[in-house]
Design a protein around this ligand. Structure first.
Ligand code: PLP
Length: 425
């Protein structure tokens, strides 16, 4: 597509956009009576208009049935989590038995590391990407301590080449090979929250397995953003939250993936709870944990139905649209943002610099943009013009035009506001 920096061009793209109507299905925060230009779907996705009814349904059924709702509710709570297997599997590219919706993201990362970070002898290192999300770093540190190590002994943060911010796949693979039999686990954010780089799950997994290590991925910025094939790519485990691209509301229930090759392994160490126990004998209430032969074995507790009701409303939308159509639009829309940023840089003479890879296969929706000389005031000024972006020190704004509800016009108008602010400095 040849982009043009004109409102008429943006409007024409929106007219031809097969997903354009979905925008109407979301609530936008308002600014002076108009929808805000909302670019933080990578932080908290917008609320689908269908969410309220989905949550209300559970409140009504709880009022009507009390405890009987476990079986009598329109969507029975006893098996509530099972409804998520198929739609979640389609989002991350897994078999239904390999995914489960439970807890929250950092909790799931801990639970999965209990099973898949098993240091033995000199094989004890954990390799992760440069600048991981802090919660992941805290998880790695505390998991190291759980095994009696000083974090510095076992944590290896993959560094980019001098003068670069993102990582090259070939360098990641060399690092894995270099660590060799000292490497216990490779755990990457599949899309890094800071740079927006989308890593090559397949190659990283293959390299980890080749040296005898496990490979896990945090999909917080990948789920609902980029297409994945966790099963075929062979990842051992993955986890994700559902409030970013998956639009399920603040702190909503998270997801987890465990490759089927691990399901029958009854000796795998897990922190066990009754909801992971064999369903046919669960209510005999006997000691002796008998794990379900699926990702459900990692569940501890019964389903948080109110949070899940919001997640279900969102997954219904993803199922109607499909990751393929979302990805096609995302590539165009983020490409347009990249083009608009270049136009703004040329017009204002401000050397805006995009940290995110320019190769669409190495990124999702998000662009991380260095604004030389900017302070956090820029984000406040953008907000005063009805534009919501996210700020990272020292001078980076992160924007994610998301294909479900952002338009080409949104991206164009962002360019106009940014130009006004940069020219007014
Ligand atoms: C957003 C995010 C988190 C947040 O963790 P919660 O447990 O959901 O609060 C963790 N890790 C990554 C990579 C994230 O992007």
């Amino acid at each position: 597509m040849t982009y043009e920096y004109h409102l008429s061009f943006a409007k024409k793209q929106d007219q031809h956009d097969p997903l354009a109507a979905w925008r109407e299905q979301f609530h936008f925060p308002q600014h002076q009576g108009k929808n805000m230009l909302y670019f933080t779907g990578n932080s908290l996705g917008l609320q689908p208009k269908s969410t309220k009814d989905s949550v209300l349904q559970e409140l009504e059924d709880w009022a009507k049935y009390g405890v009987e709702g476990h079986f009598e509710a329109r969507r029975p709570w006893y098996s509530y989590h099972e409804m998520f297997a198929a739609p979640s599997a389609r989002i991350v590219g897994a078999k239904e038995s390999e995914v489960v919706v439970m807890n929250q993201l950092t909790v799931n990362l801990h639970l999965l590391m209990i099973s898949f970070y098993k240091p033995t002898g000199k094989r004890k290192k954990i390799l992760f990407e440069t600048k991981p999300f802090p919660s992941d770093h805290y998880t790695f540190e505390s998991q190291a301590k759980l095994h009696g190590f000083e974090p510095g002994e076992v944590l290896v943060e993959m560094q980019p080449r001098a003068g670069e911010v993102t990582l090259r796949t070939e360098d990641i693979i060399s690092k894995i090979n270099e660590l060799g039999d000292e490497l216990a686990l490779v755990c990457f954010g599949a899309v890094n929250y800071f740079t927006g780089q989308f890593f090559n799950i397949k190659e990283i997994t293959a390299a980890a397995h080749a040296v005898g290590a496990k490979a896990g991925f945090d999909l917080a910025h990948a789920a609902g953003n980029v297409p994945m094939n966790l099963h075929d790519d062979g990842a051992d485990f993955a986890c994700w939250c559902s409030y970013k691209y998956l639009n399920s509301g603040p702190g909503a229930v998270a997801g987890a993936f465990v490759h089927e090759r691990h399901h029958a392994d009854k000796n795998l160490l897990r922190l066990a709870g009754w909801w992971g126990h064999n369903k046919s004998t669960r209510f005999q209430m006997q000691p002796g944990f008998d794990p379900i032969e699926s990702a459900e074995a990692w569940q501890l507790s019964n389903a948080p139905v109110l949070s899940m009701a919001a997640h279900m409303a969102s997954l219904e939308i993803f199922d109607k649209v499909g990751m393929k159509a979302l990805r096609e639009k995302a590539i165009q829309l983020t490409g347009y943002l990249e083009f608009v940023v270049q136009q703004v840089a040329a017009q204002t003479n401000v050397a805006l610099h995009i940290l995110t890879p320019s190769d669409p296969s190495q990124r999702g929706c998000q662009l991380s943009i260095v604004v030389p000389g900017a302070s956090k005031q820029l984000v406040r000024d953008l907000a005063a013009h009805g534009v919501i972006v996210d700020w990272r020190e020292p001078n980076v704004i992160r924007l994610a035009p998301v294909p479900l509800y952002n338009s080409f016009e949104d991206v164009f108008l962002f360019g106009e506001v940014l130009t006004t602010l940069l020219e007014g400095r």
